[in-house]
Design a protein around this ligand. Structure first.
Ligand code: GPK
Length: 856
């Protein structure tokens, strides 16, 4: 709007301003130098790498802003249906390299930077990761934004601008994880645009009074009011003008001080309330797969959903359509249950503010929202205590009760007299206190519900949401298998392989990166010896790059002639890093028993671990563990102990002159997106070894395969679909299958067999640990006991087949040529796992969203 007429004179000058930086090297150096002199107020003589990075980032940002402006203007003009991805986590990593590649300007900027006396590689290293997420769920959101823009979809992200991202992990010499804050904004963030003019007021606490005028309306007053301020992060598509937006909210006090308190002379209280407003977006909760009733977390969730919905509604209203058309113009994807409050919030706005009748409002809501579930682990399913909800969000609690009442009436109608069913399906779980079941609310308030891999989606249908499938019909519950962006996870992190692929396929770069099935063209080169040698040489150089990083950061010399075996992910019992470390100990003990002659035949192996464990107590909740295993050991404590064990095993075996060339082990601290970008291209095999049925999908498995690494894995999550694509002969599967798990657990409880009998190899490993080979054995008792008693994650059931799978890996690795063939075949079959495919599935089958290309 207002675009038809130029608002000012000098039309040419205004148009010039829209363009961004020209793509020739001369214009680029000019723009960078300009930023050094003006934006940074520095000069050549006092410019360090960090300053040069900042100036380059600002220059690239000028390009992004130009495209972003045009994109938003074009979207506004065309008013298409839009989709919004609501996620409490966006694990973006670094931006500069990604932006340069998506803009197609990497070469020019690298050259320009060189002419200015700097090295692009060094500048890229200056950038801090934007680590506003815990793990897979947050990284998935980031991949989907990249794909949304690359596929030219009108898709925005909404999240929180945490002042502190995921904690920085330090490892003490004893192997203890220490947590330090991540003040990622301290050095300024060139990738965000503060929108101080885009603000909304968000209310907490207070009173909700039903009007009882037959309209169902309430009036919500009093309490605390907080301001949400928008910060926009530009999301460039790959080789397209389309540049989408990620809008992150920052909280701040509505006034500098709470004037009421201030007038009353209570200065301290006034400051406190201003502090508490800012506290809302101060820190990302480091809890992954856990839910607990912390008030501040609930405040984050409401603050974010309320601001986002207000913003979405304002944009919708600009189109001038009636509210009944809302679902024709807006689709909102709920990334897990964290944004579920958006459902009662939209009800509140429609009923209380827009005076929409209940049924019409519910109709709008249930055609707008879509819910993705990311886990079936019971401890991860969010529940909020009713008293807390009533206190913080009194109006929403009323609405949830009303939704529940209408819902249970409908259930009763379909299943008359089935009281158990009503209790099972109620949004309110009985107990002390009562709790709101967020997954159920998300389910009934959404048009479609999906899991993130075939097996997981089936488990959602048959376990946690079984009753809802029976009530609402199966067609509402579907699957969208996760994907990863090949831009970051191949082109950016493995430039040599990317170049080889482009050359070999005879395709210009963006073509296969935006149509990943083209990788199948590599299959015909499997028998080409020269190609295989190039392929293997690149893997070798990537291993050396990783070894270099370990050398410079930790001081260790890694044996790059060994097979690289990698497990990198959050530490969790269900992911079974324990199985891996026990396997390493088993291998070590086996090596020690061998003669020198026998050892010569052994395939040398280097094992890498990285990952963060939830800080203790932050995620600890009494209910589940006690009930499940009659143990009073916080799960977090087990994860931390696992790190301690890995570090202490490393200390012993890396120091053993008899074996260290054949087996060594590293725990790399402070796992991050940027570290993953170095680890993944260097891996020969990676481990994805969760108890069957527990890992919803996994996405790093896809990243490893895309980079020609093979998998050792259980028949779980997306491992299954990867094997379907690449063929089972190219995956090292082991372990019990998902349908067997329930029964095995039952056996553990009711017919326990001593571990010495059931799995002597594992028993021996556990005894070695208790015996003190890796320092005070007693320290590890709580961890070892989880296996000796109950063994909920079935290590004793899977250990023997795990070891057998690793033996097969050794066997296969001996034939290097055959191994490289497997590696090529694996990469070639990764087309399905592009996040472009996944985002298009959401767009087509859920959102009814069409691409809209911004004209060049
Ligand atoms: C699932 F429930 C959760 C969670 O709290 N955090 C998280 O990262 C992960 N996830 C799953 O564990 C992965 O299997 C999956 O690939 C990923 O979400 C993305 O769907």
């Amino acid at each position: 709007s207002g675009k038809e007429k130029w608002p000012r004179g000098e039309e040419e000058a205004w148009k010039e301003g829209l363009k961004g930086v020209d793509s020739d090297v001369k214009s680029i150096t000019k723009s960078v130098v300009n930023h050094v002199n003006t934006s940074l107020a520095r000069q050549a003589y006092n410019l360090d790498d960090f300053g040069a990075y900042q100036a380059s980032a600002l220059s690239v940002r000028d390009n992004l802003i130009a495209k972003w402006n045009e994109t938003q203007l074009y979207y506004t003009k065309k008013s298409p249906k839009r989709a919004y991805y609501l996620s409490l986590e966006f694990l973006m990593g670094r931006t500069l390299d990604n932006a340069l590649l998506n803009l197609g300007l990497k070469g020019q900027y690298t050259e320009g930077i060189k002419r200015l006396g700097f090295n692009m590689e060094d500048l890229l290293e200056q950038e801090r990761d934007a680590a506003l997420g815990n793990g897979g769920l947050g990284r998935l959101a980031a991949c989907y934004l990249d794909s949304g823009a690359s596929q030219e979809l009108p898709l925005w992200g909404y999240g929180l601008r945490y002042k502190y991202g995921i904690f920085q992990q330090l490892i003490s010499p004893e192997g203890a994880q220490l947590e330090a804050p991540d003040p990622w904004l301290d050095n300024q963030n060139p990738w965000e645009l503060p929108r101080l003019d885009v603000t909304y007021e968000v209310r907490f606490y207070g009173y909700a009074e039903r009007l009882n005028d037959g309209t169902g309306r309430s009036v919500w007053t009093g309490g605390q009011e907080v301001l949400a301020v928008a910060y926009d992060v530009m999301i460039p598509g790959c080789y397209t003008k389309n540049t989408n937006n990620l809008r992150l909210w920052e909280s701040k006090p509505k006034r500098g001080f709470d004037l009421n308190s201030f007038n009353a002379g209570d200065y301290e209280r006034a400051i406190e309330s201003s502090n508490s407003a800012a506290a809302i977006t101060s820190v990302l909760y480091p809890n992954d797969h856990t839910s607990f009733g912390k008030e501040l977390r609930l405040k984050q969730q409401y603050f974010w959903t309320a601001a986002s919905l207000a913003d979405i509604l304002r944009r919708f209203k600009n189109i001038g359509k009636p509210l009944s058309a809302f679902p024709d113009y807006v689709a909102i994807q709920l990334n897990d249950t964290h944004p579920t409050l958006a459902i009662p919030e939209l009800m509140r706005i429609l009923i209380d503010e827009e005076e929409t009748p209940w049924d019409d409002a519910w109709n709008i809501v249930t055609n707008t929202f879509f819910y993705t579930n990311h886990t079936v682990l019971p401890e991860a399913l969010e529940k909020w205590p009713v008293p807390l909800m009533e206190h913080l969000l009194p109006r929403h609690m009323q609405i949830i009760y009303d939704i529940n009442m209408y819902f249970l009436q409908a259930v009763e109608k379909k299943f008359p007299g089935d009281r158990d069913r009503l209790a099972r399906m109620s949004l309110i779980e009985e107990g002390f206190p009562k709790q709101v079941r967020m997954a159920f609310l998300a389910c009934i308030g959404s048009r479609r519900v999906n899991g993130v891999a075939e097996l997981h989606s089936e488990l959602v249908r048959t376990t946690i949401l079984k009753d809802f499938v029976e009530f609402e019909g199966r067609s509402k519950f579907s699957n969208v298998t996760n994907g990863i962006t090949p831009r970051r996870w191949l082109d950016q992190c493995n430039p040599e392989l990317s170049a080889l692929i482009s050359k070999t396929l005879g395709l210009q770069k963006p073509v296969w990166l935006k149509d990943l099935f083209r990788l199948e063209g590599l299959l015909k080169l499997v028998e080409d010896k020269k190609f295989r040698d190039e392929w293997a040489a690149i893997k070798q150089r990537n291993k050396e790059r990783l070894a270099n990083l370990v050398k410079t950061t930790l001081g260790f010399t890694v044996n790059t002639n060994a097979m690289f075996d990698v497990q990198i992910k959050r530490l969790h019992e269900y992911k079974r890093q324990t199985l891996n470390i026990f396997g390493v100990i088993y291998r070590y003990l086996t090596l020690k028993k061998m003669s020198a002659e026998e050892r010569k035949k052994v395939n040398p192996r280097v094992v890498f671990f990285a990952g963060k464990a939830a800080p203790p107590h932050v995620g600890f909740s009494f209910s589940f563990d006690l009930v499940r295993r009659a143990l009073i050991v916080p799960k977090d404590y087990i994860a931390k102990l696992t790190i301690r064990l890995i570090v202490n095993v490393a200390r012993v075996i890396n120091d053993d002159p008899e074996t260290k060339d054949l087996l060594s082990l590293y725990f790399l601290p402070d796992y991050s997106v940027s570290l993953a970008e170095v680890l993944i291209p260097a891996s020969d095999i990676s481990q994805h070894i969760s108890t069957a049925g527990t890992e919803a999908s996994g996405t790093s498995n896809m990243k490893f395969c895309l980079n020609g690494g093979l998998l050792v894995g259980t028949v779980d999550g997306a491992n299954i679909e990867i094997a379907e694509e690449v063929g089972e002969s190219n995956v090292f599967f082991f372990g019990h299958l998902a349908p067997a798990v329930e029964d095995l657990r039952y056996q553990h409880v009711y017919h326990p067999v001593p571990i010495e009998e059931k799995c002597p190899a594992l028993a021996n490993v556990l005894n070695t640990v208790s015996g003190g080979m890796f320092g005070d054995g007693g320290v590890y008792d709580p961890l070892l006991n989880t296996i000796r008693q109950g063994d909920y994650y079935l290590l004793s059931d899977d250990f023997d087949s795990y070891i057998a799978a690793l033996d097969l890996v050794d066997e296969a690795y001996k034939d290097k040529d055959e191994w490289v063939k497997k590696s090529i075949r694996t990469t070639a079959k990764m087309g399905k796992f592009s996040s472009d495919r996944a985002i298009n599935e959401y767009a087509e089958s859920f959102w009814n969203l069409e691409a809209i290309k911004v004209p060049q």
